[in-house]
Design a protein around this ligand. Structure first.
Ligand code: 48F
Length: 261
């Protein structure tokens, strides 16, 4: 066999096996931002089968660019145990006890590496365009290639079946919005609908990101900015402790739910 053919067949075979193995999972995560990557690592370590579907070529979400493209971010003391679990280095901010700066590129790459090495499968350049909704329950995701979505090609998608779906899509809460509008799901919020993100208030946003991280409908969870948008929390900019703690919290909630089943 020619080397050209060896390479092509190996890639097609390996990828097909990987995709086939992940068509039924315990947890299907939409979006590979920081909160989702943290959640993935902890869920995998608890023995759950986790797949992440990320629209872009590079997972990491809003981590890479730091604050206004200055590639540094800030994390507070309460989330340092997560930085340590991923091996992300951090420096104390002089004169501000309990706050640290870290390199956003190191953070993004370490989060991806940590999630993958814990066992999560990341499918990049795949967009989630719908949910599987059967007998009043969220049962999985409907996925397609991002180029298909971007070019508006009329190509039918494939499905991934999951016990739990995690919306980690950031500010737009794409999956919860879709579920709310298309499946007419009543969410666990005061109005039953998405309340919408509020403007910048760092301390409040950091706290509410974690508080708002929960199951909004049986089988449908939200973390990170998605949770904050659903429940009307304030935004917080380039401080990432809340994102990481949100990922840690949702992992605990989903692990508990899967164990009960
Ligand atoms: O927004 P994002 O980084 O998620 P996050 O974990 O973190 C938010 C912070 O980055 C930042 C912040 C912190 O202060 O405010 O914004 O909440 O990443 C979300 C990821 O989801 C992908 C998107 O490309 C991004 O990488 N995504 C969004 N919708 C879809 C999707 C979709 N329908 N299918 C697949 N991926």
């Amino acid at each position: 066999m020619s080397i050209e053919n060896v390479i092509s067949s190996a890639i097609v075979r390996s990828f097909s096996e990987k995709l086939l193995e992940n068509l039924v999972v315990d947890v299907a995560i939409v979006g590979g931002g920081p909160s989702a990557l943290v959640a993935a690592k902890y869920m995998c370590e608890a023995g759950l089968k986790v797949a992440i579907f990320e629209r872009k070529l590079a997972p990491g979400g809003g981590t890479w660019g730091g604050g206004m493209l200055f590639n540094e971010v800030v994390v507070q003391e309460s989330a340092v145990f997560i930085l340590d679990a991923f091996g992300i280095r951090h420096q104390p901010i002089a004169g501000e006890e309990g706050y640290y700066t870290l390199d956003s590129v190191e953070m993004a790459s370490a989060l991806i590496y940590g999630a993958v090495h814990a066992g999560a499968r990341i499918f990049n350049a795949m967009s989630v365009e719908d949910i599987v909704f059967k007998e009043g329950k969220v049962n999985g995701l409907v996925v397609n290639w991002t180029p298909v979505e971007r070019l508006g090609m009329h190509v039918d998608p494939l499905t991934v079946i999951a016990d739990a779906v995690l919306d980690g899509t950031g500010h737009p809460s794409e999956i919860i919005r879709l579920a709310s509008e298309k499946a007419q799901i009543k969410l666990d919020t005061p109005t039953g609908s998405i309340l919408g993100e509020r403007p910048m208030w760092v301390d409040s946003g950091e706290a509410s990101t974690v508080e708002n991280t929960r199951e909004y409908f049986p089988g449908l969870f939200a973390c990170g900015m998605s949770a904050n948008n659903v429940a009307g929390g304030y935004r917080m900019g380039p401080i990432f402790g809340g994102m990481m703690l949100s990922g840690h919290k949702v992992a605990g909630l989903i692990i508990e739910r899967c164990r009960k089943k």
